[in-house]
Ligand binder design. Structure first.
Ligand SMILES: *Cc1c(COP(=O)(O)O)cnc(C)c1O
Length: 415
């Protein structure tokens, strides 16, 4: 069938419906490296505006760290630009294996396999390791890439209510007849910033003979005393069977992900995981940069400590100003607005005040749960946060939402 007018009109109607629902997403153009302050062009053709960035996953401020950039340059010079191959054909360099060893040691695992992204790690893991005699029991708020990975796997899928350990226990009892049970969770949940009850999950896994899968993308490098992740924070280092995580957030923020865990599970991924077998190897320049990141985060906890301080300070500022935030102790601090249009207007007004943040709404979060997700970074200095809160207060006053409860916010948007 040709892409005729009828087909085009049908897509245009879909796009129009997205716009009418207030759910249309637009890109902003950044002309600078990723950092606490960035230069943004929006809309296209307007001038550049200097903004404080409070929405990057640049948790440790390593995305444009001079040592990481220098190491990436050296990697480019010594190993070239691209691999032009998947890993198992001719895409594996000594550096790939070295990075896998470093990640294994850092995460407290037995082995690690790099993937082009954590999305790919999640897309490939389940199908490679589980079959129709098994069951995956996932927290209802796990990341979209885990949901996609589970869809590709023949094992039975089930869920438990978010962080509800009694419900998880019921499910584990219900599924005792399966060959293998795998509990599936994020470490820090990306939209709410809360942390999985991993100590309880491990206890239940031991009691009911299940494996534990942890996606620690929003934790690796900074959660836990030495930044190893949610399993360190919860005192269960070495007890997690599979950890997937990303190089695209705290660990330099370029791209790449991994499956790390029990030797046999990682080996199954090397033999069978389709994104590993059929997608290109992580570029040498990124591997070299990531190796430097591993040096930096194992040598000192200064950055993770500063991030923790910033997160606590920022939460305090938002609360004092009268915003409705989600409780937690991660550097993800959602400012709840509930209404998609309000979240978009709020973000636009913040931008006019020199603060870069975006509104999150359906389908990224459930309907009626729109918010501005703010994220702290070790790259922020106190003066950045003091300037940012002044902008938040000003915009909050403009929209008349300071000091309002959840109920009042929802009622306000309904009219
Ligand atoms: C960001 C994220 C991913 C995707 O990571 P990429 O490496 O960018 O594909 C997967 N899982 C979780 C929980 C994430 O937050």
């Amino acid at each position: 069938m040709a892409f005729d007018d009828a087909v085009r009109n049908s897509y245009q109607a879909d796009i129009q419906a997205i716009k009418a629902a207030g759910l249309f997403k637009e890109e902003r153009y950044i002309h600078s490296p990723q950092h606490s302050e960035i230069e943004v062009e929006f809309p296209l053709g307007s001038g550049l505006r200097k903004c404080i960035n409070v929405c990057a996953n640049n948790y440790l401020g390593l995305s444009s760290h001079p040592d990481v950039i220098a190491a990436a340059h050296a990697g480019l010079d010594s190993r070239g630009y691209g691999m032009s191959s998947v890993r198992f054909i001719c895409g594996t360099q000594d550096m790939h294996r070295e990075l896998e060893h470093r990640l294994t040691a850092f995460l407290g695992a037995e082995d690690t396999l790099l993937f082009p992204s954590c999305m790919d790690a999640n897309a490939g893991f389940f199908e490679a390791c589980l079959n129709e005699r098994d069951v995956m029991i996932a927290d209802r708020l796990v990341h979209a890439s885990i949901i996609d990975g589970m869809r590709l796997c023949k094992a039975m899928q089930d869920t438990f209510k978010h962080s509800d350990m009694e419900h998880l226990e019921e499910k584990l009892i219900e599924h005792q007849d399966k060959r293998l049970r795998m509990i599936v969770t994020d470490g820090v949940f990306s939209m709410d910033g809360d942390t999985a009850k991993l100590d309880r999950i491990v206890e239940l896994a031991e009691k009911y003979n299940a494996m534990v899968f942890l996606d620690d993308s929003h934790a690796t490098g900074f959660i836990g005393r030495t930044g190893r992740g949610t399993h360190e924070h919860c005192g269960v280092l070495g007890k997690i069977d599979v950890i997937t995580t990303t190089l695209g957030k705290a660990l330099g923020g370029a791209s790449g992900g991994c499956v790390s865990g029990r030797r046999e599970l990682v080996e199954m991924c090397r033999q069978r995981a389709r994104p590993y077998l059929f997608s290109n190897a992580v570029a040498p320049v990124i591997v070299a940069g990531a190796l430097k990141v591993m040096d930096l985060i194992t040598a000192s906890t200064d950055r993770r400590d500063k991030l923790e301080w910033n997160a606590r300070y920022w939460r305090g500022l938002l609360k004092e100003a009268g915003f409705d935030i989600k409780e937690g102790d991660s550097p993800i601090v959602p400012v709840m607005l509930y209404d998609a249009k309000l979240a978009q207007d709020f973000a636009r007004d913040l931008f006019d005040e020199g603060v870069y943040a975006v509104g999150f709404f359906f389908p990224v979060v459930p309907k009626g749960q729109a918010r501005i997700r703010t994220q702290m970074s070790a790259a922020h200095e106190k003066h950045h946060l003091d300037s940012a809160i002044a902008a938040f207060r000003k915009v909050g006053r403009k929209h008349g939402i300071l000091g309002l409860s959840k109920k009042e916010l929802i009622a306000m948007c309904a009219v």
